[in-house]
Design a protein around this ligand. Structure first.
Ligand SMILES: CC(C)c1ccc(C(=O)O)c(O)c1O
Ligand SMILES: [Fe+2]
Length: 285
């Protein structure tokens, strides 16, 4: 099995890089660390970056996970190849572009682009937010799934993720103590479905609610509280039409051996215990 240490970054294609830098800094509150003609690196913690927007194909995206040792990349390649999954090695230029020492890439059974990285660069310079959104870290992301049982089998049996909870046929998967780092939801497409940043408290979620409205940013769900992770949340749309989420208070699962995943019914009350209704296709009944 492949052991994932943590989420590393997302690479997100976009049509208008300036627009995404403006959204990432002025609205999301991320720090712009570096910018080239085609790439913008933004972060909400001390990593070299969490999100890299890339000028070009807006449908392009890739998600990356850190593995603990260099040997894990070779081991992962062997396991993936044995399953008939083609693996590419990142060359020096591609590693430099990702701020990592080494990586491999492949597509999962849903054609989602996945990268496994060794030694993602961390900075000694603390995250300096461009607005006081209260971001504490890059939290998790959602992935589209066109065949949930197939993809769940891949993520749990090959990538060693564990199911924390299911909502309908969707699944919230953990790779460490945090309730989930990956949310797998049924859809008819591929790629990253939503991007979550953790914020410090309910105050930051509620402040965001007023701020986003003032800025004319479409809010698609919340404010509310997830009964699954118990986090308080708000979801909104970026100009790239991707869904972004702030949440606070995600629970940790410390009793790894004793934890039994729960199966929530596919009802709005399983997504929000306060009564908010999602205006997001993948989260609707
Ligand atoms: C609506 C989605 C997929 C969802 C559901 C539950 C949680 C949570 O328990 O925190 C999420 O973060 C989600 O994004
Ligand atoms: Fe989420």
């Amino acid at each position: 099995m492949i052991t994932l240490h943590d989420i590393s970054y997302l690479r997100l294609g976009c049509r208008d890089l300036d627009q995404m830098v403006d959204f990432g800094t002025r609205i999301l509150g991320l720090e712009l660390r570096e910018r080239t003609a085609t790439h913008a690196y933004l972060r909400g913690d001390n990593s070299a970056f969490n999100l890299c927007y890339i000028q070009g194909d807006e449908r392009y995206d890739a998600s990356a996970f850190e593995v603990p040792a260099l040997a894990d990349l070779a081991q992962a390649e062997q396991e993936l190849s044995a399953l008939g999954i083609a693996v590419q090695h990142g060359d020096e230029a591609a590693c430099e572009e990702r701020r990592v020492d080494a990586f491999i890439s492949f597509t999962d059974p849903n054609d989602n682009r996945i990268e496994l990285v060794y030694r993602p660069h961390v900075t000694g310079v603390r995250y300096f937010p461009s607005r006081d959104a209260g971001i504490t870290e890059f939290g998790h992301f959602g992935l589209h799934s066109r065949d949930i049982e197939r993809d769940l089998a891949f993520w749990t049996e090959v990538m060693s993720a564990r199911v924390s909870d299911r909502i309908g046929d969707g699944a919230l998967l953990r790779i460490d103590e945090v309730h989930h780092k990956i949310a797998l939801f049924s859809s008819d497409t591929t790629g990253v479905q939503h991007v979550n940043f953790q914020v410090a408290s309910i105050d930051d979620v509620m402040r965001a609610w007023y701020f986003l409205q003032e800025q004319g940013v479409p809010i698609v769900f919340g404010p509310g509280r997830h009964p699954t992770s118990t986090a308080i949340f708000i979801y909104f749309l970026g100009p790239d039409n991707r869904v972004y989420e702030y949440s606070s208070g995600v629970k940790r699962i410390t009793d790894e051996a004793g934890y039994v995943p729960r199966h929530f019914e596919m009802k709005p009350s399983s997504f929000c215990m306060w009564g908010a209704r999602p205006n997001v296709k993948e989260f609707s009944e």
